[in-house]
Design a binder for this molecule. Structure first.
Ligand SMILES: O=C(O)CCC(=O)C(=O)O
Length: 249
């Protein structure tokens, strides 16, 4: 990896795509562990950390939260791996690993990811955090690839409002022509890693194909940030109310 190019690209565009960050064997090992995790660990997880696209239909698993807290394989991957080194490079110093997530869009039923900024969800100041997204399948326009508004991380948090999308309860109120013009479509292969700044504006379409669209998300905060405990608590409370209303828990 060319560290200087990686850092410069991230700073300029708000994201950087690193092809083949994990080789074939490493990617397969991650996929095998997800299969094991879904079978053995998911049944033991709190319901508010497990989301299905169709409530009650286990074949439509779409999102898992805090995976690293339940399993040593994912704990190591998150806390002691090249991903953390990369986060330290991009955030200029020590980081706090915050959340490790599974993102799937199951074939046919995977819904769009509303346009949003992760930094709106993160109750931190300053907004110095990063999300890394590791592709585990071929990801293209058919099964819901990520789309970034290049350079959007330079202009702060934009207003959001509630959405109906499970797992992405907040979305940008306005997505203007200029955003569309600056949108970049990211086609990814298994093992490719995309790192984006928490102020990056991004979205993804639904999955109209007959293939899964699996990925892992790794969120790191800079060790310099302060989290607003009251806002985090209020967010968690509302999330649970929301999940109950949707019949998810
Ligand atoms: O996987 C997706 O569709 C969205 C992921 C995302 O929004 C994120 O990692 O911040």
């Amino acid at each position: 990896m060319d560290r200087e190019w990686t850092k410069n690209t991230f700073e300029q565009d708000g994201y950087v795509l690193l092809r083949g960050f994990f080789d074939e064997d490493q990617t397969q090992e991650v996929r095998d562990n997800i299969i094991r995790y879904v079978q053995d660990v998911v049944p033991l997880m709190p319901r508010e950390q497990v989301y299905y696209e169709v409530a009650g239909d286990r074949s439509t698993l779409k999102q898992l939260q805090m995976m690293h807290t339940y399993d040593p394989f994912f704990e190591t991957l998150f806390l002691r791996s090249p991903l953390r080194d990369l986060a330290e490079l991009l955030l200029n110093g020590e980081v706090t690993p915050k959340n490790m997530q599974y993102f799937n869009k199951p074939p046919g039923v995977g819904k769009p990811t509303p346009v949003h900024q992760d930094g709106y969800y993160f109750k931190i100041e300053p907004k110095e955090a990063i999300t890394m997204w590791l592709a585990l399948d071929e990801v293209n326009e058919e099964n819901g690839c990520l789309r970034y508004v290049r350079g959007a991380h330079k202009y702060g948090v934009r207003p959001h409002r509630r959405t109906d999308t499970l797992g992405f309860s907040q979305g940008l109120i306005e997505y203007c022509d200029e955003d569309h013009q600056n949108e970049v479509t990211i086609l990814a292969s298994p093992g490719d890693l995309i790192a984006h700044h928490c102020l990056m504006i991004h979205r993804a379409d639904g999955n109209a194909s007959d293939r899964h669209r699996r990925a892992l998300g790794f969120i790191y905060y800079s060790a310099r940030v302060q989290e607003n405990a009251e806002e985090v608590q209020a967010y968690q409370k509302n999330l649970i109310i929301d999940l109950k209303e949707k019949g998810e828990i």
